[in-house]
Ligand binder design. Structure first.
Ligand SMILES: C[S@@+](CC[C@H](N)C(=O)[O-])C[C@H]1O[C@@H](n2cnc3c(N)ncnc32)[C@H](O)[C@@H]1O
Length: 200
């Protein structure tokens, strides 16, 4: 992303109930998958205003929030003191800039459809994880393009689950499972959301 696609959206981002309900359902799905341990340092990719990581914070020691959008990051900064774990914010694009830290897990919600080369992203995630580290990634199932009504830098109209899981497998992940975690109801239609989990 060259521009801050979320500049117009950030201030009101958390006010849409269908959005917060969706991220709450994703967080519950990840928590129920039993990937978290209290000592862990995890990364959230595309952390936005922090809807997902706010739910996850009580379950880990530290979260590194990675997001390219200054406006979304400023919303997250305003919540920092309320979070129940340590928080580090990296305003970078990890498809272009390297991170030297390693993580116990990587979580992501509704962000991968903004990334052009998903296979390369999975390889990056694999290299960023400690041995046995996990991924827990939620995004849209294939949709007809009606989900986004404004241009926020979308590269994929959701994903075919078999193709998505194959990219994670090709990057080296194992114990991969993918299940429905949420259904978003919008005036333009209903959109199902999957959660993929796997291990390095
Ligand atoms: C649809 S929002 C989702 C935010 C949050 N995960 C949630 O579910 O509420 C997608 C986020 O991904 C971020 N993003 C998109 N491409 C990115 C990239 N290449 N690197 C880092 N963040 C990116 C955007 O800035 C935005 O905050």
């Amino acid at each position: 992303m060259n521009n801050d696609f979320f500049a117009e959206k950030a201030a009101d981002y958390d006010t849409l109930k269908s959005r917060t309900d969706n991220v709450d359902a994703i967080a519950l799905g990840i928590i129920k998958s039993n990937v978290f341990e209290k000592h862990m340092h995890i990364m959230e990719f595309g952390s936005g205003t922090g809807l997902l990581l706010s739910n996850v914070a009580p379950h880990v020691a530290k979260i590194t929030a990675v997001d390219i959008s200054p406006s979304m990051n400023s919303m997250l900064i305003s919540k920092k003191n309320l979070l129940e774990c340590k928080l580090e914010i990296l305003e970078i694009d990890i498809t272009k800039q390297a991170i030297t830290e390693k993580f116990d897990g990587i979580i992501s919600s509704m962000t991968i459809h903004h990334i052009e080369d998903v296979a390369a992203l999975f390889r990056t995630f694999y290299n960023l994880l400690n041995t046995n580290g996990f991924i827990a990634i939620a995004d849209l199932d294939t949709e007809d393009g009606s989900f986004h009504t404004t241009d926020t830098g979308v590269h994929h109209f959701g994903f075919n689950r078999d193709e998505f899981i194959a990219k994670a497998k090709a990057a080296g992940f194992n114990n991969l499972t993918i299940d429905t975690v949420s259904l978003i109801e919008k005036p333009t239609g209903n959109y199902s959301v999957f959660l993929l989990t796997g291990r390095k």
